[in-house]
Design a binder for this molecule. Structure first.
Ligand SMILES: C[S@@+](CC[C@H](N)C(=O)[O-])C[C@H]1O[C@@H](n2cnc3c(N)ncnc32)[C@H](O)[C@@H]1O
Length: 252
C-alpha cells in the first residue's frame, strides 16, 4: 500500500521531531482533552496513531491502562521514550493499522486519535474500526486538522497540506465530519471548530520541506479568493489553520 509506505518513510525519519513538537505536546490542548473525557482509574483506553505518544502519556496518568498503536515503528520508539521520561509504565505499545484493529469488539472504554485521521487512506473503515472496539457507552475522542466548509477551502487547503506531506489524505471540514459521523453508531456529545496558527518555519521544518515547495504553498495561498483569504490570514511566519474536535459516545 503506497500510502502506508509513504507514512512510514515520512514519519520514520522524523519521529523524534514529533515527540519534541510543541504542537503535538501542547499542554492546553491535552488538558482540554482530559477535562472533556474525565477518564477514570479503571478506564482501559486505546490511542490510535499515537505518534510521539503525547495523548497516550497524558491519559495514562489517569487510567488503568493505555494501548498505543501506530504503523511506524520509529514513532512507537519515540512514544516509549516520552513515556519513560514521564515515569509512565501503564502503556502497551503495539504496531497496528487503524483499518484492521487486532482487538475484540467492545474491548475499550475510550478510543482517542489526535492529529492522525487526515492520514488514514480509508476514513470510513478507520472510524468503523474505532467504533467497533469501543464498549457501548464508551467514548471516542478525535482532534484533527480541519478546513473551513466550502469547495474552495476543502480543495485548496488540502492541496497545501499535500504539498508539505505527500502522505496527507484529507483534512475534513466540519460539514464532512458530520456526514462521516452520522453513519456510525455514535451520539455526538461535543464538537468544536478551533482556529489556530502554524508557525510556518516549524511547520515546514518538521517535514523538511524544500524551498521550491514552500514557494508553491505561498502561490496557492496568494491565489485564494478574497473570501478564502479572509478565513486564512498568513504571512511569511505563520499560516492560519483550523482543528475539528469531538467527543462521541457509542450507542448500544
Ligand atoms: C502526527 S502523528 C500523531 C500524533 C499523536 N497522535 C499525538 O497526539 O501527538 C501521526 C501518526 O499517524 C500514524 N499513522 C498514520 N496512518 C496510520 C494508520 N493507518 N494506522 C496507525 N497509525 C497511523 C503515523 O505513523 C504517525 O505516527
Amino acid at each position: 500500500m503506497d500510502n502506508q509506505r509513504e507514512i512510514r518513510k515520512n514519519f520514520g525519519k522524523r519521529a523524534s521531531k514529533y515527540r519534541k513538537s510543541t504542537t503535538h505536546g501542547n499542554q492546553e490542548d491535552l488538558l482540554r482533552m482530559l477535562k472533556l473525557l474525565k477518564p477514570l482509574p479503571d478506564t482501559v483506553a486505546l490511542d490510535v496513531a499515537t505518534g510521539g505518544g503525547h495523548t497516550a502519556v497524558a491519559l495514562a496518568k489517569y487510567v488503568q491502562k493505555v494501548i498505543a498503536i501506530d504503523i511506524t515503528p520509529e514513532m512507537l520508539e519515540e512514544a516509549a521514550i516520552h513515556a519513560a521520561k514521564n515515569c509512565v509504565t501503564n502503556i502497551e505499545f503495539q504496531i497496528s493499522d487503524v483499518h484492521n484493529l487486532p482487538f475484540a469488539t467492545g474491548q475499550f472504554d475510550l478510543v482517542t486519535s489526535r492529529f492522525a485521521p487526515h492520514h488514514f487512506y480509508d476514513i470510513k473503515t478507520a472510524l468503523q474500526e474505532m467504533c467497533r472496539v469501543l464498549k457501548p457507552g464508551g467514548l471516542l475522542y478525535i482532534l484533527d486538522c480541519s478546513v473551513y466548509d466550502g469547495a474552495e477551502t476543502e480543495r485548496e487547503i488540502n492541496r497545501i497540506e499535500y504539498l508539505r506531506d505527500n502522505s496527507h489524505i484529507c483534512s475534513y471540514s466540519p460539514r464532512q465530519w458530520q456526514e462521516l459521523l452520522q453513519k456510525l453508531p455514535l451520539k455526538l456529545l461535543q464538537t468544536s471548530f478551533i482556529q489556530t496558527r502554524y508557525v510556518l518555519p516549524d511547520w515546514f521544518e518538521r517535514m523538511e520541506v524544500e524551498q521550491s515547495t514552500r514557494q508553491e504553498v505561498f502561490k496557492v495561498l496568494d491565489s485564494l479568493s478574497a473570501e478564502a483569504k479572509a478565513l486564512y490570514p498568513y504571512d511569511a511566519n505563520y499560516i492560519t489553520t483550523y482543528r475539528f474536535e469531538f467527543v462521541a459516545a457509542k450507542l448500544s
